[in-house]
Design a protein around this ligand. Structure first.
Ligand SMILES: NC(=O)c1ccc[n+]([C@@H]2O[C@H](COP(=O)([O-])OP(=O)(O)OC[C@H]3O[C@@H](n4cnc5c(N)ncnc54)[C@H](OP(=O)(O)O)[C@@H]3O)[C@@H](O)[C@H]2O)c1
Ligand SMILES: [Zn+2]
Ligand SMILES: [Zn+2]
Length: 352
């Protein structure tokens, strides 16, 4: 074992503070990564504050972070995919059983024995896994992603969660040219959704509660922007969407969006608010519309997404911050005030 620097929260109401954590020594298939950038996902905030206690209670101290980009510094004897000096990425998953039907289908996100990057049982050291708000991490090579060389690293980190979480359902629901696609909530996930929808050729409409984000939405690739609190603007789009991706982090009215779907249209929810959302079932029944959810993506698809980003020069729009600004960043995230993802420059951790 060795010690790594990190930032953790001690309980649901405490601010982040500097700490040290233990990382395992490498076994044959492990890769040790020096973390260069880690994105701040709203899921980090939900879990740091135990907002998902009903489904996955947080074990403290908690070191969040699952949008990790770094450089390989050491490899185990059997590692073939990476060598020291290579760029590497780690997302929300660091292990799975590899033997269940989900794993065999390349859908590790559904494996009943998957290990999440943080707040999951640590099979090696006991206790709980610690995420990317740290200067290094050790991960088995099957869960380490290759990073296209042409991309800016600070903006690449968020692809590991915000990127795959929006790319995967768009591929599953066949977002292509000729389709009308809505993206609800222009945050970290939402702005990636806009970029992918645009790159896949769909007519893209952004729904936002923030009038100030209108110009950005168009710049990011939207064809139209709707202020979702304006009922008249919403009504103009009734019965017209093939697919809507809902990436909102808080309570809101999903029924208003279901009514915008055409017959057989689908609304996929990726946002994971703390409280249940009421559903008016008649809007589903009358249009044979469907409502579904989607969690992150498997490893093969995550690599496909990263390669797609390399080819299309897609990264996240980031505000790079030193880790010492993390408590401030969380408060701004709660106010939907980030353009459009915080990416922590881990070099700042050296000062601790
Ligand atoms: N399914 C998965 O696998 C997965 C993966 C990652 C994250 N998530 C979840 O997805 C959600 C979004 O994450 P994120 O990191 O993109 O968060 P974020 O950057 O905070 O973006 C959320 C956006 O939702 C909108 N919003 C916030 N409060 C709202 C309200 N009260 N009513 C309507 N809209 C509101 C805002 O957009 P506007 O200003 O444009 O309105 C905000 O920018 C979180 O719940 C997160 O936990 C799920
Ligand atoms: Zn995330
Ligand atoms: Zn499995």
């Amino acid at each position: 074992m060795y010690k790594a620097k990190a930032y953790s929260v001690a309980n649901a109401t405490s601010p982040f503070a500097s700490t040290t954590i233990e990382r395992r020594d490498l076994d044959a298939h492990d890769v040790q990564i020096e973390i260069l950038f880690c994105g701040i996902c709203h899921s980090d905030l939900h879990q740091a504050r135990d907002e998902w206690r009903e489904v996955m209670p947080t074990i403290y101290p908690c070191v969040p972070g699952h949008e990790i980009v770094g450089r390989v510094i050491k490899i185990g004897a059997a590692v073939t995919k990476f060598k020291p000096g290579d760029l590497a990425g780690v997302g929300c998953l660091v292990d799975s059983d590899g033997t269940c039907p989900e794993c065999k289908a390349g859908l590790e996100q559904f494996c009943p024995n998957a290990t999440l990057t943080y707040n999951s049982t640590d099979k090696h050291l006991g206790g709980v896994t610690y995420g990317g708000y740290s200067d290094s991490i050790v991960v088995t090579e099957r869960f380490v992603l290759r990073i296209p060389r042409n991309l800016d690293l600070a903006g690449t980190a968020p692809l590991l969660c915000a990127g795959i979480t929006t790319y995967s359902p768009m591929r599953y629901w066949d977002v292509t040219k000729g389709k009308k696609v809505g993206i609800v909530g222009l945050g970290g996930l939402g702005h990636m959704g806009v970029k992918f929808s645009h790159a896949l050729g769909a007519h893209t409409v952004v729904f936002t509660t923030s009038a100030s984000k209108k110009d950005d939405a168009l710049r990011l690739g939207a064809n139209e922007v709707v202020l979702s609190r304006n009922a008249n603007e919403m009504a103009k789009h009734a019965d017209s969407f093939d697919f809507i991706l809902d990436a909102v982090a808080a309570e809101h009215d999903i029924n208003a969006y279901i009514n915008l779907l055409r017959r057989d249209g689908n609304l996929t929810i990726v946002g994971a608010p703390e409280k249940p959302l009421p559903l008016a079932v008649f809007s589903l029944i009358f249009g044979r519309r469907s409502l579904s959810g989607s969690p992150i993506g498997g490893i093969v698809e995550t690599q496909e997404m990263l390669d797609f980003c390399g080819e299309h020069n897609i990264t996240s729009d980031v505000e790079v911050i030193p880790i010492q600004k993390i408590n401030e960043a969380y408060e701004r995230l709660l106010k939907s005030d980030v353009k459009y993802r915080f990416s922590i420059d881990m070099a700042s951790l050296k000062a601790e």
